[in-house]
Design a protein around this ligand. Structure first.
Ligand code: ATP
Ligand code: MG
Length: 140
C-alpha cells in the first residue's frame, strides 16, 4: 500500500444538479483528501486532448460536447491506493451496472452523463494531474 494521487473530475451533469458537495463527501468519508480543486469550463480543445485515447470511439464527439456543456470541478484526491479506491467509490462506467452505494449508481444519469471521472492507473493519474495542476497548486 502506498499514498497515491489521482485526478477526479465532477462532470457537467453533476455540477448542473448542484451535487459537488455530496460527491466530495463520498471521497472524504472513504479517507481520500481533496488536496487541489478548481471549477472551470473545459474548452473543446481541452476536452479533446483530455479524452484523446477515445478519439476513434463512436461516442467521442458526443462525449466532448457533453464535457463542454457546463462547468466541471477538477480535483486531485490523495490517499492510500487512491487510484483504485476512487474507481471503487465511483462505480462502473454504466450506472445500470454500478454497485449499490457508488457515486454512479446513486447520481449518474446515463453511461455518458455519469457524474465523475477518475484516473484508471497510477501512470495515467500522473499525466492527468499534470494536465490541470502544477505542483505548487497541490496542498496536501
Ligand atoms: P472516465 O474515463 O470518465 O473515468 P471510465 O474510465 O469509467 O470513465 P471510459 O471507457 O474511459 O470509462 O470512457 C470515458 C467516458 O466516455 C465515460 O465515463 C463516459 O462518460 C463516456 N462513455 C464511455 N462509454 C460510452 C458509451 N458506450 N456511450 C457513451 N458514452 C460513453
Ligand atoms: Mg476512463
Amino acid at each position: 500500500m502506498a499514498v497515491e494521487r489521482t485526478l477526479s473530475i465532477i462532470k457537467p451533469d453533476a455540477t448542473r444538479r448542484n451535487l459537488t458537495g455530496k460527491i466530495n463527501a463520498r471521497f472524504e468519508e472513504r479517507g481520500l483528501r481533496i488536496v487541489a480543486q478548481r471549477r472551470l469550463k473545459l474548452s473543446r480543445d481541452e476536452a479533446e486532448r483530455f479524452y484523446a485515447v477515445h478519439r476513434e470511439r463512436p461516442f467521442f464527439k458526443d462525449l466532448v460536447a457533453f464535457m463542454t456543456s457546463g462547468p466541471v470541478v477538477v480535483q486531485v484526491l490523495e490517499g492510500e491506493s487512491a487510484v483504485a479506491l476512487n474507481r471503487e467509490i465511483m462505480g462502473a462506467t454504466n450506472p445500470a451496472s454500478a454497485a449499490p452505494g457508488t457515486i454512479r449508481k446513486d447520481f449518474a444519469e446515463s453511461i455518458e452523463a455519469n457524474s465523475v471521472h477518475g484516473s484508471d492507473s497510477a501512470e495515467n493519474a500522473r499525466t492527468e494531474v499534470a494536465f490541470f495542476f502544477s505542483e505548487s497548486e497541490i496542498c496536501p
